[in-house]
Design a protein around this ligand. Sequence first.
Ligand SMILES: [Zn+2]
Length: 304
Amino acid sequence: MIQIYTHAACLAHATGPGHAERPERLRTVIHALEAAHPDLDWQQAPQASRGQLLRVHDEHLLATVLESAPQGLLSIDADTTLSPHSAEAALRAAGAGVAAVDAVLGNRTRRAFCAVRPPGHHATADAAMGFCLFNNVAVAARHATDKHGLERVAILDFDVHHGNGTQQIFEQDPRVLYASSHQWPLFPDTGARNETGCGNIFNAPLPKGADGEAFRAAWHDELLPAVDAFRPQLLLVSAGFDGHRRDPLAGLLLDCADFVWLTHALVALAGHHADGRLVSTLEGGYDLDALAECAVAHVDTLRL
Ligand SMILES: [Zn+2]
């Protein structure tokens, strides 16, 4: 039982010619999911509310994203861009996770996948960066703790980049565990093993050229045992597929089967501790064919 959350506004967020984080990414994922599974339960992602965003972000960032209203492209930093439809896309991308958390905690579905953009895990409490405007998974996690009263929420991040924003937002919040594998060094150059927050942050950096064996070992030996010991009541996944060997932005050598292996493990953990409840949200992935193949395989595994 899985629901897929998306919205057309997420396709209208323009980033400029030649930008890696482009609308075609999401279009390809949606078409691949529709082709693979004509019977998927598609849901329209609502807009996150101000109150939901303010659990994570400050007023200044909300104003930057929501009130800039650019006529064309407006650069926030070297690789993060606002355009006329970006505000709604950011609200829908964050709102997808909130709605998905409500759905799994309300027993309307066991699992959900949020097919959204812009991605989120680099956005900090006070800054948009690294293609990310709002931190979608962080907004979902705070909704689970603050609205639903959960005491233990785990965020699992297998994007090839470290989720510096997610780590910063939760490093003093013991209700949320953050576990990440990522290529290091690589943008944003955080995620060293000794960054441990209040004992709730677990980083497994991998060197350029690391393959599926190293990736699986990091999760099997280090990250999954930490998550297991935490006994999360809900699992949230930052699902980035840019660790794939064909990805143009990074240098890991993962295959689709490695993402499937980890997804199986996360489903098992969710079953053990969280009544199967798991919400996954798309982060990176910049080779269109690899992204589509891996996203479909990820959703296939979440359906089990
Ligand atoms: Zn990434």
